[in-house]
Design a protein around this ligand. Structure first.
Ligand code: PBG
Length: 323
């Protein structure tokens, strides 16, 4: 009790604050998303995400080298394909944009851990995450396409696949297909707990994946639901997910904390596009200290219980951490 206990004693200077710090950030926990497009010599800034780009293969390879040189162990690849159709067939094209990127990046930077996003929305003409039947995404028919996509990524050399579509049963389907094709060593990071969020707005500009009708609320989770997150995580782990993800991160720290407490697999959190854009916009207006805000956000995600953080801030934050 005061005056015997004075908590300010352990806050008096930088050394003691460092010594008693409970949560540490390191570039080791970052996964850096990249957007790969077709063509050559393309590096097009995404207007709503300053500092993020759509890049052709040649540029993406250079980018991957830079990411690796900052001590970030891993990237997550998204593809912007040359053509889109009803069933998203460019998603599982052996020479698709992501498949080519995986081969080129693994060739140039073999020790960089390459994860691929497995979803249909960037590849379908309607922008939904699966096959459309009677105005809605057909769950079971989509599973086969996702499995083909995941296998094609593994065949190209992806170290890990990350399904983000939110179809029921997709982790089991993808696991079975990977195993059948001889890729039993390729782990699955499941976007297990993914909410239907307005924070994805800028990403849809980046990945050109805005749904052409309706929205994603018939497959992504309702932001009001907390208990449901545990059900989603549990079933994905049962189906064989090696890592589970919560997405978005910042408005969902309670969910990250719940999932961390309930399950023993590594937990990833996706600090999504809208969370990035808000900080960038406020920074540009001079309303916040962008760098400090970035670090505070990342530490809060870690403190809530995330082991891994997918973030567009990966490179900037690694530069801060590397001093
Ligand atoms: C694809 C996918 C999305 C994101 C990652 N994978 C968009 C969506 O579901 O609409 C969002 C990432 C971000 O906002 O940074 N399904």
């Amino acid at each position: 009790m005061f005056p015997i206990h004075r908590y300010r004693r352990l806050r008096r200077n930088g050394a003691i604050r460092r010594m008693v710090r409970e949560t540490l950030l390191s570039p080791d926990c970052f996964i850096c998303p990249l957007f790969v497009t077709y063509g050559k010599g393309i590096k097009k800034e995404i207007s709503s995400m300053p500092g993020c780009f759509q890049e052709s293969l040649d540029e993406a390879v250079n980018h991957a080298r830079r990411v690796f040189s900052l001590g970030i162990p891993s990237i997550l690849l998204f593809g912007i394909p040359e053509y889109k159709d009803e069933i998203g067939s460019s998603a599982f094209d052996e020479h698709g944009v992501v498949q080519n990127a995986v081969r080129a990046i693994k060739d140039a930077v073999p020790d960089l851990y390459v994860i691929t996003d497995v979803c249909m929305c960037e590849y379908t003409s309607h922008g939904h995450c699966g096959i459309i039947e009677k105005g809605d995404v057909s769950n079971d028919k989509t599973l086969e396409l996702l499995s083909r996509e995941a296998v094609s990524h593994a065949r190209a050399g992806a170290d890990m696949v990350a399904p983000s579509d939110m179809m029921d049963g997709r982790v089991g389907a993808i696991r079975a297909s990977l195993d059948d094709e001889g890729f039993c060593e390729v782990p699955i990071m499941s976007y297990a707990v993914k909410y239907a969020s307005s924070f994805y707005g800028p990403f849809r500009e980046a990945a050109e994946s805005t749904p052409q009708f309706g929205d994603r609320r018939s497959y992504q989770m309702d932001p009001s639901n907390r208990r449901e997150a545990s059900k989603e995580a549990a079933i994905d782990i049962e189906e064989g997910a090696d890592i589970i993800m919560v997405k978005p991160a910042l408005s969902y720290l309670d969910i990250i904390s719940d999932i961390r407490a309930s399950f023993d697999v590594p937990v990833a959190a996706y600090n999504v596009s809208g969370e990035y854009s808000l900080v960038k916009a406020a920074g540009r207006l001079g309303w916040v200290d962008e760098k400090k805000l970035m670090m505070e956000i990342l530490i809060s995600i870690k403190r809530a219980g995330a082991d891994l953080i997918l973030t567009y801030f990966a490179e900037e934050a690694a530069e801060v951490l590397n001093g």
